[in-house]
Design a protein around this ligand. Structure first.
Ligand SMILES: C[S@@+](CC[C@H](N)C(=O)[O-])C[C@H]1O[C@@H](n2cnc3c(N)ncnc32)[C@H](O)[C@@H]1O
Length: 256
């Protein structure tokens, strides 16, 4: 599916279109949940910006979910939901103990302004994002869909800029386990057959935004390589690994 001109200027509209079915493929992973929970440091009031369906929210805190997409907010189970963008949070200065933002900053129209808003409304911030400068890249990008590289480079802020905008005091790597449950683009690095499933691809905004004319021939090549055994011969060593650092990072800022 191609991104429409309207969507280029209204990122929430992307999730109004692709957000259906998100919850089935994007199951919060307990290992990432533990890391985020630790970073939130026992906060009692939390604002989750770009909350989507509410993944990774601490269950023992009062959470306010913020998202500009109604389709995503409708799938959020919590009692406090606010339809807004990160760039203009409708809260007082210091209204929350902590703010969290998970896999969302790359969707914001103005990430610097949104990160500034997180700092304004909370005393502590935990942001989970991906470093576009990190190597190695996923084999899917190198061998089948190099178009993803350009798209992600244009969406994700360099990690150093996110760290600076937040004035982060801690940057924690999160290597992706081979059985990671949250179906983000890299999740299936050791389960290549998963990428052949259109429902899996639809839950990743990169896949869902690339035109079918690009994705489908690449997936046919992957299917053929899996059937012939060529993929497994090329990636025999990868199949022995438990987790791989593909550049996901948790940044923590503010009061410790
Ligand atoms: C990949 S989803 C992540 C959702 C959730 N944080 C999670 O970890 O599952 C990205 C979310 O960012 C939201 N989003 C898009 N533009 C935004 C903006 N300007 N401000 C805040 N959130 C935005 C989308 O609607 C979507 O729900």
């Amino acid at each position: 599916m191609e991104q429409t001109r309207e969507e280029e200027h209204a990122p929430a509209a992307v999730y109004d279109r692709i957000g259906i079915g998100y919850k089935k493929v994007r199951l919060p992973d307990p290992r990432l949940a533990a890391l985020i929970r630790q970073a939130l440091g026992g906060a009692r009031t939390v604002v989750n910006v770009g909350a989507g369906t509410g993944s990774y929210e601490p269950h023992d805190a009062d959470v306010t979910a913020v998202d500009p997409s109604q389709v995503m907010l409708d799938q959020h189970p919590g009692p406090r939901k606010v339809k807004a963008g990160a760039e203009e949070l409708p809260f007082e200065d210091g209204a929350f103990d902590a703010a969290m933002a998970v896999l969302t900053v790359h969707h914001w129209r103005d990430p610097q302004r949104g990160l500034g808003e997180l700092r304004r409304v909370s005393r502590r911030q935990a942001v989970f994002t991906w470093d576009p400068g990190h190597r190695p890249e996923l084999w899917l990008v190198e061998e089948y869909l190099p178009e993803i590289r350009e798209m992600d480079a244009s969406r994700f802020l360099p990690l150093a800029e996110v760290a600076e905008a937040l004035d982060a005091h801690t940057v924690l790597p999160f290597p992706i386990p081979h059985d990671f449950t949250d179906g983000l683009q890299t999740a299936h690095w050791r389960r290549p057959e998963a990428y052949l499933d259109p429902a899996v691809r639809a839950a990743s905004s990169t896949f869902a935004t690339l035109p079918a004319s690009v994705v489908e021939p690449a997936m046919e090549r992957l299917r053929a390589d899996l059937e012939s055994g060529a993929w497994h011969r090329r990636h025999a060593r990868l199949l022995e690994q438990e987790s791989v650092d593909y550049g996901y990072r948790l940044l923590v800022a503010g009061e410790s």
